[in-house]
Structure formats: structure tokens, C-alpha cells
Write a protein that binds this ligand. Structure first.
Ligand code: FES
Length: 173
């Protein structure tokens, strides 16, 4: 009888010990999961709002080296959705979206060489993006740009509307 009692007591203690361990394990697991989730959420939030080196359209795009472009050359920069115009005094970056209704304006199409000519409603612009004809309400928009270590960098996130071309918009090179 006392043997049985002793076995029960031991068994009970062992069971209680096991239950406690499971509880501790569950609690540890729960807090651990919460900590992992919270860390992930905070890291995700920080990375979402922390400004990083944005590239491609909406960020800064390297169009090439200054020496890559000849005076009078108009280069399509697909990544930046713009044209880089090399003028004698420097560079202009023209947003290729037509100010009228947003069509992409091609440079120097066969029917109008040496000019930008929108295929949608016929707006025409010169090499500086200055409006010449058609329904466009203004000249082609320009993008901010800079020259760093001999490289031409277009900031496609900074687009400026302008009624007419002004030589002051040229980035000297
Ligand atoms: S969208 Fe270019 S002229 Fe209308």
C-alpha cells in the first residue's frame, strides 16, 4: 500500500514536472514567435520608409559619360523615360511623355527628322523640347540632372513643367 502511494507520488511529481516544462516551453515558444514577428515588422517598416538608393524611373539614372555624347546628339535613355540632349553648352534631359495627353514622343521620326513629333495629335518640339506646333499646352518637361565624376546623372524623380525653353535649364558640361 505504502509502495503504491510512493509510486503515485513520484508519478505525480514527474507528471507535474512534465506539465511545467511543457508550459514553459509553450510560453518560451510564444514569446519567441512574438519577438521574431515584432522584429520582422519593425525591420520591414524601417526598410519601407528608409530612403535607399532608388534607381530606374523615379530615381537617379546614369545616362553615360560626358565623353559618350557628341554635340547635337539626342540619346534615348529607356531606363529614365527621357531623352538626353547634348548641346554645345551642356545637357538637357527631356521627359519623353507628351505634355498634351501623355503619348511617348519619338525623336526624329522619318516624317519629321531633327524634331520631336508626337504621333497621337501631332505636337512638334525642337531639339530643346520647345513647343513649335500642335495642341500641346507647353514645351516638353525637363528632368533635373547633374554631372558627377564625368558621368551624366538624370534625376527622373524631379520633373519640371515649363512653358518655353530657357538656356538657363542647360546643365553645363
Ligand atoms: S498626346 Fe501628344 S499631341 Fe496629343
Amino acid at each position: 500500500m505504502s509502495g503504491t502511494h510512493s509510486v503515485d507520488n513520484d508519478g505525480g511529481r514527474r507528471r507535474a514536472g512534465r506539465t511545467l516544462s511543457r508550459r514553459q516551453l509553450l510560453r518560451t515558444g510564444m514569446w519567441g514567435s512574438l519577438a521574431v514577428w515584432a522584429t520582422g515588422s519593425v525591420a520591414g517598416g524601417v526598410s519601407m520608409f528608409w530612403p535607399r538608393g532608388v534607381t530606374g524611373f523615379g530615381g537617379k539614372v546614369v545616362a553615360g559619360k560626358v565623353s559618350d555624347f557628341k554635340v547635337g546628339q539626342v540619346t534615348k535613355v529607356t531606363e529614365g523615360k527621357c531623352y538626353l540632349v547634348r548641346l554645345e553648352q551642356g545637357f538637357l534631359a527631356l521627359y519623353w511623355k507628351c505634355p498634351h495627353l501623355g503619348c511617348t514622343v519619338p525623336w526624329s521620326p522619318p516624317e519629321d527628322p531633327g524634331r520631336f513629333h508626337c504621333p497621337c495629335h501631332g505636337s512638334i518640339f525642337d531639339i530643346n523640347g520647345q513647343k513649335l506646333a500642335g495642341p500641346t499646352p507647353r514645351s516638353m518637361d525637363i528632368m533635373a540632372m547633374e554631372i558627377v565624376d564625368g558621368k551624366v546623372i538624370v534625376d527622373t524623380g524631379k520633373i519640371t513643367e515649363r512653358p518655353n525653353f530657357s538656356p538657363s535649364e542647360i546643365t553645363p558640361a
